[in-house]
Design a protein around this ligand. Structure first.
Ligand code: ADP
Ligand code: TRP
Length: 319
């Protein structure tokens, strides 16, 4: 199976991003072809500071490598290192109906929020289609919010194939399992935009502080509680093994304990869960040349494939 996914370098990843997305991308890295890239061209529509974007892009690479993305299985690269992508994007754009893009929810949402509308925001799904089609990708693991973009990609590829012959492989979205939405410190869905998140690589002290401030109900200690409906328990479950989970669930049901104990256990579990990744990240950070080498090698592999597909597309459409 040929797998591909892209991550925008727009900020520091949090627990929700890890359990809802990153962990699942990494789980697919041993497939026949697995390409993961840092979508810095897509991020241009939101990050308007060159230094910031450069830093975020490297940070995202460090995050992925530290969390287990293994360059001996997966190809990791930065989108802008593949100049074939914007070229393919133009070929695709020339045959993409306006109406297809006008229906895209992420564009409509941004307009509804009154954000400034740049052309790149509107044509964003075509660039994403180029990302996917350039490597003959078959499966695209994405969060539910990105499924529409993969479907638009299929429509664009189908239109091209219909006109010029079988040039592109039609990809399928693989919806990531975030049915168990990771709750934030206020009990709502953890999200960058709600300010209720805990970063994966947050400083340990600050992580503990945020955990201690997690909102809880005010039932008396003696009262037995149902663990499954409690967001603190849900968070603890992400990090705990089955044994510790059942022990904690039994404590909830017996009553007579304080949420402070659960918070302490959560802090310890989260700290040790990410300890190895934290260490790897620090190591990589002091070895940036090695990271740049990984990204350079990844780009070379990806470009080879993209050049092949682009040549096919250009030959078909007569340029
Ligand atoms: P945010 O809401 O913080 O801006 P994004 O929309 O950038 O997060 O999400 C990136 C990926 O992480 C998506 O695939 C999304 O489904 C996943 N994700 C984000 N927050 C959560 C969460 N609280 N629980 C599960 N998955 C999440
Ligand atoms: N648009 C995706 C996001 O915001 C990132 C992305 C860009 C992507 N190109 C892609 C995802 C190609 C999958 C495939 O999350």
């Amino acid at each position: 199976m040929k797998v591909l996914s892209g991550i925008q370098p727009t900020g520091r990843p949090h627990w929700g991003n890890y359990f809802g997305a990153i962990r699942q991308y990494i789980a697919l890295q041993k497939e026949e072809q697995s390409f993961y890239f840092i979508a810095n061209l897509h991020a241009l529509t939101t990050i308007r500071d060159g230094e910031q974007l450069r830093k975020n892009s490297i940070d995202t690479a460090l995050d992925l490598l530290a969390l287990g993305l293994d360059p001996s299985h997966a190809t990791l690269f930065v989108q802008s290192d593949i100049p074939e992508i914007p070229e393919l994007c133009w070929l695709l754009m020339s045959g993409t109906p306006m109406g297809l893009l006008e229906r895209c929810v992420s564009y409509k949402d941004k307009i509804a929020k009154g954000l400034p509308i740049v052309t790149g925001l509107f044509t964003y799904p075509v660039l994403q289609a180029a990302d996917i089609l350039a490597y003959d990708s078959e499966v695209v693991p994405v969060g539910a919010d990105q499924v529409q973009h993969v479907e638009v990609c299929r429509d664009i590829a189908q239109a091209f194939n219909h006109n010029y012959g079988e040039v592109f492989v039609l990809p399928k979205p693989k919806v990531l399992d975030n049915s168990a939405k990771v709750p934030g410190t206020d009990g709502e869905k953890m999200s960058k935009s709600y300010g209720n998140y805990i970063e994966i690589f947050e400083d340990v002290k600050s992580m503990k502080k945020k955990i201690m401030r997690i909102a809880t109900d005010s039932r008396p200690m003696e009262e037995p509680k149902e663990p499954d409906s409690d967001h603190l328990f849900q968070l603890f479950s992400l990090f705990a093994d089955d044994n510790s989970k059942s022990e904690m669930a039994a404590l909830y049901r017996a009553g007579g304990f304080g949420y402070g104990e659960v918070k302490k256990a959560l802090a310890e579990a989260a700290d040790s869960y990410f300890a190895a990744a934290r260490e790897r990240r620090a190591e990589l950070e002091s070895n940036l040349d090695q990271v740049k080498q990984i990204l350079g090698d990844g780009a070379a592999t990806a470009r080879k494939k993209a050049a092949e597909v682009l040549a096919r597309a250009k030959a078909a459409c007569g340029v």
